[in-house]
Design a protein around this ligand. Structure first.
Ligand SMILES: *Cc1c(COP(=O)(O)O)cnc(C)c1O
Length: 357
């Protein structure tokens, strides 16, 4: 089905199988004679989709009984506010690693007392701060595990003396995660687990109920846990596609298998960036993301940037222009991006090198 090599940062490439099954469900959903977007969200056929989706999340990420997963509207950006609403009482600490981290931090500052524990703003977020200490006595410590725009990533589950909150929008399900180390993991679906229109939150239940403010109903995680993500009408179609995306992930071996493939894909591309004299990577090597690979023209070759973009476009590469705050190029190689696409991009970079000699 794929006709191009899709490196979009989000929304982005999804598994063919998930798209095909979703198209079928638009024609006739579970033998109901209706499209999946026409049935009642209280029907037993729809309930089965919700149950299956939740079960896939729990199985794939090995979510312990202490935690519950919910599906919400409003994107990761609304959850920046949910986090502060549900967890901020006195003071919260944020790790400032990019634009998304700053936006999350801003919502907490708007609601109370929040501060940056460490920041990599001094070098345009090209690295992950190290050597800082997570303060004790704060309500929570917020991290962004993958910095989609800058191509840096925290690829391990850190120990934290305070509740750990993580925006995993762009690397959720890319590797096994020790969910028990987090009070909250949240993100938008549209990078690794589905289309735009639904977001997810994995919440440690006993971390809730500790703030004194009134929490507006729709911003209260507990309301969504108690309502089984159906306090109000859920985004049915995005949830359906998410369920199909997770079914695909399970079919290819789950998060361990996809992690191996993701590491391999990233290695292939970074090796070429490091070898090819025309290109250079922008993120600190030890912090390189396996999801978003950022690179620019090497010093002395800057003038070739637009030419390479045109050349790559001609070879079927889509979405490799870097974010405007970094420039250059970004190849997002999420779970559903096939290794063949990564190899095609590498071949394209090599062709361009030959052609430019
Ligand atoms: C894309 C992204 C967001 C924003 O997600 P929305 O669903 O568009 O609000 C937040 N954080 C990270 C790390 C992202 O990559």
């Amino acid at each position: 089905m794929k006709k191009v090599h899709n490196f979009n940062a989000g929304p982005c490439v999804l598994p063919d199988q998930a798209i095909e099954n979703s198209i079928e469900a638009l024609k006739d959903f579970a033998g109901t004679g209706m499209a999946v977007i026409e049935v009642s969200h209280r029907s037993k056929e729809w309930s089965a989709v919700m149950d299956e989706c939740r079960a896939l999340w729990k199985e794939l990420l090995n979510i312990p009984d202490t935690h519950e997963v919910v599906f919400l509207g409003g994107g990761a950006s609304l959850q920046f506010l949910y986090v502060a609403m549900n967890f901020l009482e006195n003071k919260a600490g944020y790790l400032e690693t990019g634009v998304w981290a700053k936006k999350a931090y801003k919502e907490a500052k708007g609601l109370g007392n929040a501060f940056a524990v460490a920041s990599s703003a001094d070098k345009n977020f090209s690295y992950i701060p190290k050597g800082y200490e997570i303060p004790t006595g704060i309500d929570y410590f917020h991290i962004t595990t993958n910095n989609t725009i800058y191509g840096t990533e925290i690829r391990y589950d850190m120990d934290s003396p305070v509740p750990l909150v993580a925006d995993m929008s762009s690397d959720i399900m890319s590797r096994p995660v020790d969910v028990s180390k987090y009070a909250l993991i949240y993100g938008g679906a549209q990078k690794n687990v589905g289309p735009a229109g639904v977001s997810f939150a994995i919440i440690r239940k006993d971390a809730l109920g500790k703030v004194s403010r009134y929490i507006p109903t729709m911003l209260d995680y507990k309301v969504h846990i108690d309502g089984g993500s159906m306090y109000n009408t859920p985004p049915v179609f995005p949830i359906f596609v998410m369920k199909e995306t997770l079914k695909w992930l399970k079919g290819v071996g789950g998060v361990e298998a996809i992690n191996r493939l993701n590491v391999e894909k990233a290695r292939i591309l970074y090796d070429e960036i490091d070898r090819n004299p025309l290109f250079t990577g922008t993120a600190a090597k030890e912090d390189r993301s396996i999801m978003n690979v950022c690179f620019v023209m090497a010093p002395g070759h800057e003038a070739l940037q637009d030419e390479f973009l045109e050349f790559a476009k001609g070879q079927g590469m889509v979405g490799i222009k870097g974010h405007r705050s970094v420039g250059g190029f970004r190849a997002s190689i999420y779970n559903a991006c096939p290794k063949e696409s990564v190899e095609a991009l590498v071949a394209c970079m090599q062709d361009f090198e030959r052609k430019s000699k």
